[in-house]
Structure formats: C-alpha cells, structure tokens
Ligand binder design. Structure first.
Ligand SMILES: Cc1ncc(COP(=O)(O)O)c(C=O)c1O
Length: 379
C-alpha cells in the first residue's frame, strides 16, 4: 500500500530532535508532566502507587483495555458506556484503526481541510475518492455548511475532520455540529471526528459521541492531558457490530495496550478537572502573550480564535513556509511548524502550550522578519 509522505510528522519530529537548547514553539501538546507532578496535582499517594507497581503483573493486560481506564474515559462524555471505549496506541493508532476499518476503495469521503493527514492520505491510499472542503481564513476558518451539503452523496461513507481544528484552533458550535449530523444523516454517512484538543473551554465541550449514533470519535492522552509518552489513545463507537470490526482491526496492530500506561493514565483521568485546569492556565497565559505580540503586527495575522493548543499565523512575506521555518531555526534557533504541512502557504503554526522562553522566541521571530524585510521580501 503506497501512502503519501506524512508531511507534518516527518518534518517536525526530526526538527524537534535538533532543537535541544533552542526555543521550541512548534508542538501542540500541553507542557508534559513528570510522574511526580502528576501525583502532586492529583493529590494521589505516590507511595500507594509504588506499592501497586511492585505487584503489577507484566503479562498482557486486559484485552479490551483496563476497565478502570475505560470507565474514566467514558466519564469524559455524556451517554458513553465503558464498553463503547476502545483503547489503542495513541491518537495516531485511533485514527488509523478507524480509517482502515471503515473506508473502502469504492467509497468517497469528505475531508474538511486543514485536517490531520491520516484522515485524507489513508483513505487515498486505500483508493477511496477524497473530496476536500477548505476552511477559509477570511471566514475565520469556519465551515461553510452549504459547501458540505453539496459535497456529499449516497456514496459518501464518512465526513472526516478535527474539532477543535488543528492547526487553526477553530471550533464548531453545537448548532454547527447538529447541522453536520443532519447532512451526514441525509446520505447515511458516518461522522468521524478527531477530538484530540477537546477540553480547553471552562464549560463542558460537546462531543460528536454525545449526539450522533453514527459518530466515531478519537482522542488520546497526548495533548490536553500532557501525557503523550503514555501513548494511550481511544476510539468511541456506539454501534456494536462496528466496534467488533474495530477490535478485529486492532488485533492486527497491537493485541492490547500497555498495562503501566493505561494504569497511570487512569489516575490522571480520575482527576480530569485538575488536568484541564492546569492545561487551560498554561494555554491562556501563553495566548495572552502571543495576542499582545500579534496586536497591530505589521506582517503577521491570525484569523480564528483558538480552542486548541496552537495558533495558525499568516505572514506577509515572499518566502515559502518551509524555507521560512527552516531558516528561522538555523539562524535564530526558534522552531515553529511550517504551514505547508497543512497545505496552507505563507503560514506557520505556533504553540500556545509548551513554551520555555516564549517571549524571547517571539522577539527572535521579529528580528528574523526584520531581516527578511530588509532583503525586500515584504509583500
Ligand atoms: C489532530 C491530531 N490528531 C492526532 C494526533 C496524534 O496524536 P498522538 O500523539 O496521540 O498519536 C495529533 C498529533 O499531533 C494531532 O494533532
């Protein structure tokens, strides 16, 4: 099976490895926690945990996933039962399990762009027709529902997208979610939504899993939960027969999850309110600094308020995005993620969530932009 280059991961991950002692503003995970910090934050006893760990059986875990973890995940939704939770390896494992199970060569799928690349390149590699709908900057990266309505037909298997959106952070309101469901229902299609960044609003953020029987949602420990290293991902699916197919596909990939990973993540989830509060604080503080920096900026613009952990920034300079970011890293030691990863030219994604020396990084970006302007690159 031939598949496209995974542009974001193949560019960002090696760049990330080279970033030691530089300023990393490229990522999307909220500042990862240490084990110690997790126990301080949750108030759980580290001693009890260490005692449990000593006696932990290191054989295969529960094939359907650690019951404690599935229960804690179900509690993040309204009307989701623990048996409707499928544990997999990371959000990446969740997305690929879903797409490889659900999509066939004879289907068409709708991909709302920008999207996580698994949601259009895997269907394409299967041979399915991928119909892209672009969120547009000038519309605040909001979905044009009429465009979606026109794009679906009776052969549409699924509508695939991320909400909140990566990299723009734009968010669907509940009414828009309901409209999408109506459109999906009109052609009996699935809604497949990557909800990796759900949870940053103070109030409860509805999930597609709360409101549509033919929704499949994916999420993981990586972003809002700051525990990417645990590699716990999950799929929520209400339909029993489809769930069996998803489990069957998972058997080809991983048999079951890691016992330690699922255990420690359950501890975090049982205190999800505290984890969310920590993440919101980090993101909101960084957001305030970046908003101040962008306010009235001569060369930089940002079009959507972000409910995720990144901003997508447009720049008015005649330099391709990949070169812009490669040179910024080489010359100034600042890593941001280039917009060509999302097929959004003249843009870069900057973190709201993981930033030592954020202000110094922003200053260095300005310095770099001034050098480009001096070279006559301003548009
Ligand atoms: C939208 C989206 N989905 C999935 C993933 C992969 O998540 P994980 O680290 O849990 O595999 C990412 C990671 O950047 C992402 O941004």
């Amino acid at each position: 099976m031939k598949i496209d280059d995974f542009v974001l991961e193949n560019w960002l991950n090696p760049a990330c490895d080279s970033v030691k002692n530089k300023i990393y503003l490229g990522g999307s995970c909220v500042l990862p926690m240490t084990v110690e910090e997790l126990f301080e934050l949750t108030g759980e006893s580290m001693d009890d945990f260490m005692e449990e760990l000593k006696h932990m059986n290191l054989g295969y875990g529960n094939f359907e996933g650690t019951p404690r973890t599935r229960k804690a995940i179900a509690n993040l939704y309204k009307g989701v039962e623990p048996e409707e939770v499928i544990l997999v390896h990371g959000g990446t494992g969740a997305n690929s399990t879903v797409v490889l199970t659900m999509i066939e060569e004879t289907d068409n799928v709708i991909s709302i762009m920008p999207n996580y690349q698994q949601f259009y390149s895997i269907p394409k590699s299967i041979g399915a027709e991928v119909r892209q709908i672009d969120l547009k900057a000038k519309a605040g990266y909001k979905l044009d529902l009429d465009e979606l309505r026109k794009a679906v037909d009776n052969n549409t298997k699924a509508i695939l997208f991320t909400n909140p959106n990566n990299p723009t952070g734009s968010l669907l309101e509940l009414e828009e979610m309901q409209e999408i469901i109506e459109i999906a229902k009109s052609v009996d299609a699935w809604v497949i939504c990557d909800e990796m960044y759900r949870g940053l609003k103070e109030e409860y953020m509805p999930s597609f899993a709360d409101i549509y029987d033919k929704a499949i949602v994916t999420c993981s420990s990586s972003k809002i939960y700051s525990m990417a290293g645990t590699r716990v991902g999950w799929i929520i699916c209400h339909d029993l027969e489809t769930r069996k197919e998803l489990f069957n596909r998972r058997s080809y990939d991983s048999i079951c999850g890691g016992v330690f990973d699922e255990w420690i993540f359950a501890i975090a989830l049982e205190h999800a309110d505290k984890i969310f509060a920590r993440s919101r604080k980090i993101v909101n503080e960084n957001k305030a600094k970046i908003d101040k920096w962008l306010d009235g900026h001569k060369y930089l613009h940002q079009y959507a308020d972000s409910y995720a952990t990144t901003y997508l920034i447009h720049y008015d300079l005649e330099v391709d995005a990949e070169k812009f970011c490669d040179d910024l890293l080489d010359k100034k030691g600042v890593l941001v993620c280039h917009g060509d990863c999302f097929f959004l030219p003249h843009t870069f994604r900057i973190t709201l969530s993981h930033a030592h020396n954020l202000e110094e990084g922003l200053r260095l970006i300005d310095e770099y932009i001034e050098e480009l302007v001096a070279q006559g690159k301003a548009i």
